[in-house]
Every structure is written in structure tokens, then in C-alpha cells.
Design a protein around this ligand. Structure first.
Ligand SMILES: Nc1ncnc2c1ncn2[C@@H]1O[C@H](COP(=O)(O)OP(=O)(O)OP(=O)(O)O)[C@@H](O)[C@H]1O
Ligand SMILES: [Mg+2]
Length: 323
């Protein structure tokens, strides 16, 4: 990506403090977050409940006033209507009047965007078909399931053919098939060149199609960047299983692990499994040759986003306890 590309979204030092109760006790929901999202990329905005995801989105979209920070869409201030017109949004709990039918919802939203009637009609029909709601065009939303309402929410977010979509927990409350279908749809939107900003507290849900992530905890970004870089930053681990010689000393497994800076994760039936930094596999095989053990299996241990997330959370708790 060239340095001159105008980011779809750029956030600098975003902070939001709510005042609650009669005494105006401060709740620091977001505490100085910065990131940028390039065209056609997917940013996963992740964090446990209450970490500040929805608050950040509300600030970005101008639904609440940030306490501090700068937000720009397509190089324009976030309040600029020209920038807003290029964004589609689905809130955390989409709410629709339940006496409306799906095409009526889309028509209403399309009118807000100033889309001519003919195009509105055509697009809403296409979108509802694409989202598997073709059979429900003539039904009011009253009888719709959670998954169907979520699809209406996605459809209305696309009526303006936006360059950026902002989805707050789009997969929550969906069954596994619904989740898969929505994930596929988001991957399609990305393939069409749209940028996506997607929040989730279920990391594995969006891990597969995010280019970058910001991981929040208590309003602070505890990790951010390209997913690949984050998952590699610590160290890549491998798992090696070795067959021990029949007359092996009782501590041979431990000796092998020590020789490569790893640790024994299992030992039985004359075999030991060692988890070690991937760049120490050479040291392990040298030690094995010397001590009469044979390497019988080796595979990488994939670090998942879930593990990264938990590790970050634990690191912060540890640091707090140490203070
Ligand atoms: N209007 C408000 N007034 C006071 N506090 C608020 C308000 N909105 C959010 N908060 C607080 O800000 C913090 C962040 O909330 P937010 O809704 O942004 O979290 P979230 O990451 O979206 O969580 P979830 O995964 O549950 O949706 C929480 O402590 C919440 O209680
Ligand atoms: Mg939320």
C-alpha cells in the first residue's frame, strides 16, 4: 500500500469519558485509540464486553461527541456529509418498525441517502435476494427471526453502495449456518473492494477474514496491527515428538527439552512431546542424535487470535498485580 493512499478511516487519540450518576463519576470508556483503515481492507475491532467497541463506533459516526481525538473518513472530517454518504452502518441491536416489510425499510433508508426511486427499488430487490430474503419480501418484520432481522440490517447498510461498512457485532445471536453465511458475505464485500470495520467479542468469528485487528481492553488498544505480524511477533512454536531409546534415563525427555529451550508437554509409551521455539528445532534434533532419541513427528503450533487475546489480557492483569 503506497504511503499516499488516503485511508478510508483514520482515528487519532480517540477518547470518550462518560459522566454517570448525580456526582458525574467519570467512566473512561475509550482511552486514546489510534488506527487507520486502508481502502478494501478489513479491520477487526475486538475486545470483551464493555471494552469500548460500540462507544468508539458511536464517536466515529457522530452519534455521540468524543471527549478527545480526531476522526476522518476518506480524508474528510467525520462530520462531513460527503464522507458520511459513503458509509453503510449496522448497529449492535438493529431496530426496525415491525409493521414494515423489508423493501419498505430499504426504501426508507435509501431515501435518507437521497437515492433516486428507480435505483432504490432495483437495489433493494437485488440486495434482499442476495441476502436470502427473497421469499420474505411481502412479510412484515414482526415475524422475522433474529437472523432474518440481521440480514435486513446488512441489506439496509448496503443500499447506498458504500465504500466502507461499519458493522457492530454482526454475527452475534446467529446460529452456525447464519454465521458462516454472513462471514461469506463479508468476504464477498471485501472482494468487491469495500472496506469493512467489524467488531466482535468472539475472536475466532472474524479471525479468518480480517486483515488487521485492534484488540481493546478497558478502552485501551492492547495490541494492533496486521494479524500475521501479531501472531508471529512473540515466537512461532513447534511441537516435536521423539521416540526414546529403550534404556533411556528417566529424565531424558527433560534433558531434550532443556537442550532446545522448550518444555515437555506429554510423555508416554516411550515417546516424549516437546513444545519449543520453531527456530530451535535444529538444536533439538542435534540433542536427539547425541542422546539416542529419534524425531518421529514435527508440526507447527498455530497461535490463534484467541490465544493472543487471552495472553494480552493476562499480561495486563499481571502488570496491575505487580504494581
Ligand atoms: N451512555 C453511557 N453512559 C455511561 N457509561 C457508558 C455509556 N455507554 C457505554 N458506557 C460504558 O462504557 C464502557 C464501554 O462500553 P461499550 O458499549 O462501548 O462496550 P463494548 O465493547 O461495545 O461492549 P459489548 O461487547 O458488550 O457490546 C462500559 O463500561 C459501559 O458501561
Ligand atoms: Mg458493543
Amino acid at each position: 500500500m503506497s504511503a499516499e493512499t488516503t485511508p478510508v478511516l483514520q482515528v487519532e487519540g480517540l477518547a470518550k469519558t462518560f459522566r454517570v450518576g448525580l456526582l458525574g463519576r467519570p467512566v473512561e470508556a475509550v482511552r486514546g485509540i489510534s488506527f487507520r483503515l486502508e481502502p478494501g481492507r478489513v479491520l477487526g475491532y475486538l475486545g470483551p464486553n464493555g471494552s469500548g467497541k460500540t462507544t468508539s463506533i458511536k464517536c466515529m459516526l457522530g452519534l455521540i461527541q468524543p471527549t478527545a481525538g480526531k476522526i476522518a473518513f476518506f480524508g474528510r472530517p467525520h462530520s462531513d456529509p460527503l464522507a458520511r454518504a459513503r458509509i453503510g452502518y449496522m448497529p449492535e441491536h438493529p431496530y426496525f418498525y415491525d409493521y414494515l416489510k423489508p423493501p419498505e425499510v430499504l426504501d426508507y433508508v435509501g431515501r435518507l441517502y437521497g437515492i433516486p426511486a428507480e435505483i432504490r427499488r432495483k437495489r433493494s430487490h437485488e440486495l434482499l435476494e442476495r441476502l436470502g430474503l427473497g421469499h420474505a419480501m411481502d412479510r412484515t418484520l414482526r415475524g422475522f427471526s433474529k437472523g432474518m432481522l440481521q440480514r435486513v440490517g446488512i441489506a439496509q447498510s448496503l443500499i447506498s453502495d458504500p465504500d466502507l461498512v461499519v458493522y457492530d457485532e454482526p454475527l452475534s445471536g446467529l446460529d452456525p449456518i447464519g454465521r458462516k453465511e454472513l462471514r461469506d458475505l463479508m468476504a464477498e464485500l471485501r472482494a468487491e473492494g469495500k472496506a469493512l470495520f467489524v467488531t466482535s467479542h468472539v475472536l475466532s468469528d472474524i479471525e479468518s477474514f480480517c486483515d488487521e485487528v485492534v484488540i481493546l481492553r478497558k478502552g485501551v488498544a492492547v495490541a494492533q496491527g496486521r494479524l500475521e505480524d501479531l501472531l508471529r511477533r512473540d515466537r512461532l512454536e513447534s511441537s516435536a515428538t521423539l521416540a526414546l531409546p529403550a534404556d533411556a534415563a528417566a529424565d531424558l525427555g527433560a534433558q531434550l527439552a532443556t537442550a532446545c529451550g522448550g518444555s515437555v508437554t506429554a510423555e508416554k509409551d516411550g515417546k516424549v512431546t516437546v513444545q519449543l521455539p520453531s527456530d530451535a528445532v535444529g538444536a533439538l534434533s542435534a540433542a536427539a542424535a547425541e542422546l539416542g532419541a529419534t524425531l518421529v513427528e514435527l508440526h507447527p503450533v498455530k497461535d490463534t487470535l484467541e490465544e493472543l487475546f487471552v495472553r494480552q489480557a493476562l499480561a495486563i492483569d499481571d502488570a496491575k498485580e505487580a504494581r
